[in-house]
Write a protein that binds this ligand. Structure first.
Ligand code: NDP
Length: 256
């Protein structure tokens, strides 16, 4: 049933070599999409590309630092030439964090987090727009965080970058609906990836996470990629402008 697959569609996924991005690349490719991805580490990228080729997936990749404007332009040029000037799916997944009290951040740290998390998503959206429009049916998914919805103690700059991303999703959804481009946002709580594994290794910290989470565990990357894939399918064709949490119930957990 073509409503529930991605056969014939093209996708660009940023940050696909580890964690949530890696799971998204695999999920989209398994469902039939042709995927282009990127990361900053050439060796890790080629290792992933080999692994995907051996699984029979159609995945290509380029080295790109998504926080650099010129490298973002090069990434889109590459995707455009690979996919004949058309793109169905853009996944803005790259993101990073520095955790510390607000008064301890330097202006350089502010700029680095904002450039990686927000500016990259904004600019890649701009650059991908003509390709998404040309394809006739487009879907953008932003990987945000519950930290953009509620205070979770992961740092105020990270929270601000994700909160802005949530609103940007709504603006784009309305602005680009006329071009048949849907825009949605996925907001995860703790997911076991290289970004947070060191935190989850601390038993006290993990117990605190579990106590705030009705499903009583952190999530797995596959539990995020399944929603992302759904948001790119024809089956979700009337869903746009939404921020959907993948959080084991954390954001609806009041006092108990
Ligand atoms: P990881 O750090 O595990 O993986 C990040 C991926 O993106 C890697 O492939 C990394 O490769 C790549 N990447 C990072 N920075 C850049 C950059 N500047 N340019 C290009 N590629 C880059 O992160 P997660 O999978 O955990 O996070 C993915 C997204 O999910 C982020 O936006 C994060 O904020 C969000 N998120 C994660 C949560 C979690 O608990 N894990 C919770 C909520 C949201 P390389 O470093 O080699 O470039």
């Amino acid at each position: 049933n073509s409503r529930w697959c991605l056969t014939g569609l093209t996708a660009l996924v940023t940050g696909g070599t580890r964690g949530i991005g890696h799971a998204i690349v695999e999920e989209l490719a398994e469902l039939g999409a042709r995927v282009h991805t990127c990361s900053r580490n050439e060796a890790e990228l080629s290792c992933c590309l080999q692994e995907w080729a051996s699984k029979g997936f159609t995945v290509t990749g380029s080295v790109c630092d998504a926080s650099s404007s010129s490298q973002r332009q090069q990434l889109l040029d590459k995707a455009s030439s690979l996919f004949d000037g058309k793109l169905n799916i853009l996944i803005n997944n790259v993101g990073t964090n520095i955790r510390k009290p607000t008064i301890e951040y330097t202006i350089e740290e502010y700029s680095m987090i904002m450039a990686t998390n927000l500016e990259s998503a904004f600019h890649l959206g701009q650059l991908a727009y003509p390709l998404l429009k040309a394809s006739g049916v487009g879907s953008i998914v932003f990987i945000s965080s519950v930290a953009g919805l509620v205070h979770v103690g992961s740092g105020s700059i990270y929270g601000a970058s994700k909160g802005a991303m949530n609103q940007f999703t709504k603006n784009l959804a309305c602005e680009w609906a006329k071009d048949n481009i849907r825009c949605n946002c996925v907001a995860p709580w703790y997911i076991r990836t290289s970004l947070v594994e060191h935190l989850l290794e601390n038993k006290e910290f993990l117990d605190k996470i579990i106590s705030q989470t009705p499903l009583r565990r952190p999530g797995e990357p596959k539990e995020v990629s399944s929603l992302v894939a759904f948001l790119c399918m024809p089956a979700s064709s009337y869903i746009t402008g939404q921020i959907i949490s993948v959080d084991g119930g954390m954001t609806v957990h009041g006092f108990s």
